[in-house]
Design a protein around this ligand. Sequence first.
Ligand SMILES: *Cc1c(COP(=O)(O)O)cnc(C)c1O
Length: 408
Amino acid sequence: MSTRPESTISSATERLTGVVDLLKNVLAEMEVPSTLHEPLFDGNELKYVTECIETGWVSSVGSFVDRFESMMAEITGAGRAVAIVNGTAALQLALKIVGVQVNDEVLVPALTFIATANAVTYCGAVPHFVDSEYTTLGIDCKKLESYLKEIARVEPDGAYNRLTGRRIRAVLVMHTFGHPVDMDALLEVCAAYRLEVVEDAAEALGSYYKGKHAGTLGRIGAFSFNGNKIVTTGGGGCLVFNNEEDRRLAKHLSTTARRPHRWEYFHDAVGFNFRMPNLNAALGCAQLESLPTFLSRKRELANCYRQKFSQVSGVSFVDEPSFGRSNWWLNAILLDNELAAHRDELLDLTNSSGVMTRPVWTLMHRLPMYENCPRMDLSVAIDLEQRIVNIPSSVSRSPLKKGLTLPS
Ligand SMILES: *Cc1c(COP(=O)(O)O)cnc(C)c1O
């Protein structure tokens, strides 16, 4: 019916309407909720939580906490895990354990959820914002390396910021939406500048970098089990460790640093009440049992999005990097420059027609409490901030096919 020549690109508004229709079709076809991410409880959740209530073991001691830790140790392959009250507290504790001190600087991506930067601040340290790259949406390691060459000075005890005089102690690397960062490149830079590596793997349970689970490549990895994550404990977090000493310290500090004794209350440090309650761990054990199924179904959804978006001009689907496997926690599309100018129109169009979408987080250096923190050139993060739109990503509700093969 159109009288326009075929070469004419449809108007931005027409393309936006096309995106809305595409999303609706995929969600209907895959039987996925139209919210951004909602939990699914179709396993042993009720059974395990009921067991807590019936036995009275709901609080900070109980067998589900131990079981949850064993499951996390095994799933990640780290062999060592400590359950924590939430992901933010897990990050704070991890930074403390690797030695972050008051007035240190910690390198964090500007493109991240607020918890990453806040965890640094809770330690009395200063977040120092670094840029991201287009493939993983995570830290650009090459750019970080040339930046450190310019601003850092390596002394026998570690790296210092030449401009501020402060010690640069660590990098807190975040795996955006579950897509793993190029960790080999990062670890190389960190070794050269003697920086500790903590992974904010809050979004990356079930993600792998070259066959290794996200969160196990740095010294400590932190996970979140908030209600919107791939599996949930209601609220919760977990740390995984590469060495036993760190694990022991984390357990000790997260349980008020009380020396084990039958009746004595003796605390040998200013610890934290960061322990995950048994009630939450019970929910978590049931959820972790479903993780392989969730991963497989989220991959099916991502495959469907990828295929459909490949036919839409001006929009690209954010894919997993070649060197890793994503858990596909939160799907995202990247608008081209022309459509990016209409981003809010797309957000309005989708949300008012019942399909939930969101822009990415406001970059950390724009927030009032972080606007004076040190930062490198953030041009890629700034570009991404305008162009990323998150789209519905929950686990499909359709009945499981028998004989489904799970991803290895
Ligand atoms: C969810 C999240 C956290 C924090 O987890 P909570 O359990 O909500 O405290 C930290 N970092 C990132 C990147 C997250 O997405």
